[in-house]
Design a binder for this molecule. Sequence first.
Ligand SMILES: NC(=O)c1ccc[n+]([C@@H]2O[C@H](COP(=O)([O-])OP(=O)(O)OC[C@H]3O[C@@H](n4cnc5c(N)ncnc54)[C@H](OP(=O)(O)O)[C@@H]3O)[C@@H](O)[C@H]2O)c1
Ligand SMILES: [Zn+2]
Ligand SMILES: [Zn+2]
Length: 348
Amino acid sequence: MSTKSYAALTPTSPLAPHAIERREPLATDVEIDILFCGVCHSDLHTARGEWAGVVHPVVPGHEIVGRVTRVGSAVRKFKVGDIAAVGCMVDSCRTCDRCKRNLEQFCASLPTFTYNSPDKHLGGMTYGGYSERVVVDEAFTLKVPANLDLARAAPLLCAGITTWSPLRKWGAGKGKKVGIVGLGGLGHMGVKFAHALGAHTVLFTTSLGKVADGKRLGADEVVISTDADAMAAHAGSFDLIVDTVSADHGLDAYLALLKLDATMVLVGAPPKPQQVSSFSLFFPRRILTGSLIGGVAETQEMLDFCGTHDITCDIETIRIQDINAAYERMLKNDVKYRFVIDMASLKG
Ligand SMILES: NC(=O)c1ccc[n+]([C@@H]2O[C@H](COP(=O)([O-])OP(=O)(O)OC[C@H]3O[C@@H](n4cnc5c(N)ncnc54)[C@H](OP(=O)(O)O)[C@@H]3O)[C@@H](O)[C@H]2O)c1
Ligand SMILES: [Zn+2]
Ligand SMILES: [Zn+2]
């Protein structure tokens, strides 16, 4: 069925109205009328062809919350009228070891990402949430706890799970000193989660104007990362650092802040390779690793934690017509702290 969307037709064209096809719901599919879609920096990297393998047109958007309008005959999780959410994946092989371990994001055959992945049903590529509706297998849908505001919950589907997963995997909690680098969409959720998990939370920012917000969001300390003395004061003291930065920046300055055998996790995805000095990893021994979103079960666990602890994202709601201006503001680190598109603007 023909569906209204906003797409980048080429890497250099602004996002503009575009019609896409959605499949008729199959037995295990849920059709969702999209109410809100968060704006991730990955949307911008992809729309502008900054990463390898991008195929245009691109309809970005993988922080989707909406209302179920149709369900296939075998769907058990939802009925028409329910609220459903979709994150960064819409399918995977479901049979490989990684899928069986609930790590669908690392599926040996690659998961089907919500946008810019080969579409198993219609051919071509998948299209994301900057659109009226989406049709997704119920196995890749999520439930939003009823107490959460839907617009503020939408960015949990990427920014939330992408910071939650490494914090959990690497043991953020009481007695641990945890750093979050960058206060954007991911970073602000990293700060909230590290704080909620009980860690001593330190925000690293390049923006002097974000110090007060960092503390309000849960940071015990805020360090201006361009201040070498302030950085040096934390040398060798961190158990874990999660780096959410979207552009080129030095990693060695952060590695120097880790304890022996402590871990730095990269979740930011700057298009160009980053340099690391070997010495940063063996004076003393340290771990540098990465993390990609999270599995479906882990995403539901994160949403449920947010329900219990009343955690949502700090957002600025925009109309889809303002998406190109929002991208420019994101590039200026001027997001407080996630743009969320009110998808009613696409219909009206
Ligand atoms: N691994 C994954 O699964 C995954 C999932 C989602 C997104 N990502 C990636 O994560 C990155 C962040 O996404 P986002 O949506 O949170 O982006 P965002 O909202 O634009 O935030 C990025 C933040 O990084 C800091 N920053 C930007 N440019 C910088 C520079 N040149 N030097 C130092 N700091 C800089 C800024 O924070 P301050 O103003 O505080 O310095 C900025 O607010 C993107 O590359 C995105 O593609 C990865
Ligand atoms: Zn994302
Ligand atoms: Zn698999």
